[in-house]
Design a protein around this ligand. Structure first.
Ligand code: SF4
Length: 369
């Protein structure tokens, strides 16, 4: 971002006939870019987050993307076909992603500046070729394709919203104005419905029941695409949560970033447990990966389980062939870490079970019920 925002590259882009260079994010990398996009000159060059992993081909099909960097296996195998058709150059920046006919430039932090320069020069070259092609295909979505969102939350920023005092947040929890909190994170998939549908339904169900939602990963992209990462969503929350959101000017759904930002989410969980003086497994909180698809989501799921959280997963991961493992994850594990896996494909039913779990935990730590 820094190199692209610099005067040299912006001037080179203008000389080549462009208005400048814009960077767009997609998937979890995009969430990370968005987390820092409010700083300084990044504001001018960050064009926004394009969406979740299922939408990758659509970005390229606009015909407006000169260069597409991939560092994750969430890059779909058909990308090369789209890239060739619409004039986009693909580059893999990590050995985990390799496509036939796609150049690799594996990221090396010690050579970050040199690599950024090479990548930006390649983008400029591709722009010139694309611009000179009079038959190029361009599909620009209507203005309804863009939505507003707030992103980049951390334990610290959430606390700032509550007057920089974690006890303010805990008091609202004690009174039942915030019944609990659930991390809705991870991927999108089309296993049961349109990608993002279960994330949308579960999130709406939770906030309606005065349960705050922390988003991360492609689940956050879904929230952002659907205009759910805004303060205005307080109108869709239950009466109590709505009043808290309006009092402190906070949204009921806060985005923490990428799927690998689960560490930041658990930092908030630990801060709550430490201040209340209970174990993380006793908190009225839970985690959900309502449209699990990829192994990073598996890492998130097991981290949440190790933290003692009820962890909703849909569809069932590829462990269901073993009754022993399934029983351990869904029943016996609670005796080890305090966490257990909830397998439930219906988002409303999942919200029922999560709410019942939260109410039971509230009783244990003697919050008003
Ligand atoms: S791991 Fe899941 S949430 Fe993260 S980028 Fe891939 S699809 Fe999205």
């Amino acid at each position: 971002m820094e190199m692209a925002a610099g005067r040299d590259f912006q001037a080179a882009a203008k000389k080549a006939g462009a208005k400048g260079i814009k960077l767009y994010g997609s998937l979890c990398e995009g969430q990370q870019l968005m987390n820092v996009s409010g700083q300084g000159h990044f504001k001018e060059i960050f064009g926004g987050q394009l969406g979740n992993w299922i939408q990758e081909e659509l970005f390229i099909a606009t015909g407006l993307v000169d260069l597409f960097l991939m560092d994750l296996n969430c890059s779909v195998p058909t990308l090369k076909d789209y890239a060739d058709k619409y004039g986009t150059k693909l580059i893999s920046t990590d050995p985990v992603v390799r496509f036939t006919g796609v150049d690799a430039l594996d990221f090396n932090p010690e050579k970050a500046d040199e690599q950024a320069e090479r990548i930006l020069n390649m983008a400029l070259d591709r722009f010139k070729v694309r611009k000179a092609d009079t038959k190029r295909l361009i599909n620009i979505p209507g203005s309804s394709g863009s939505t507003e969102c707030i992103a980049g939350y951390t334990t610290e920023t959430v606390l700032t919203m509550f007057g920089n005092n974690i006890n303010t947040y805990i008091d609202e929890m004690k009174k039942g104005n915030i019944k609990g909190a659930v991390a809705v994170a991870g991927c999108t998939n089309v296993r049961h419905d349109q990608g993002g549908k279960s994330i949308q339904q579960l999130t709406l169900e939770l906030i309606k029941r005065d349960i705050m939602v922390i988003g991360a990963g492609c689940a956050s992209s879904t929230h952002q695409n659907l205009c759910m990462s805004t303060k205005d969503m307080a109108k869709k929350a239950g009466e109590k949560l709505r009043s808290v959101c309006e009092k402190y000017d906070v949204p009921p759904i806060v985005s923490y970033g990428s799927c690998t930002d689960v560490g930041k989410i658990l930092d908030t969980v630990a801060a709550l447990a430490w201040t209340i003086g209970c174990d993380t497994s006793q908190l009225p909180v839970a985690a959900s990966v309502p449209e699990y698809m990829e192994q990073k989501a598996i890492a998130d799921i097991f981290t949440a389980l190790a933290y003692g959280l009820l962890t909703h997963v849909s569809p069932a991961p590829m462990s269901s062939g073993s009754p022993l493992i399934t029983r351990y994850l869904t029943e016996d594990m609670v005796n080890v870490t305090g966490g257990r896996m909830l397998l439930q494909d219906d988002p409303v039913r999942a919200a029922d079970i999560i709410e019942a779990h939260i109410m039971a935990k509230r009783k244990i730590i003697k919050f008003d019920v």
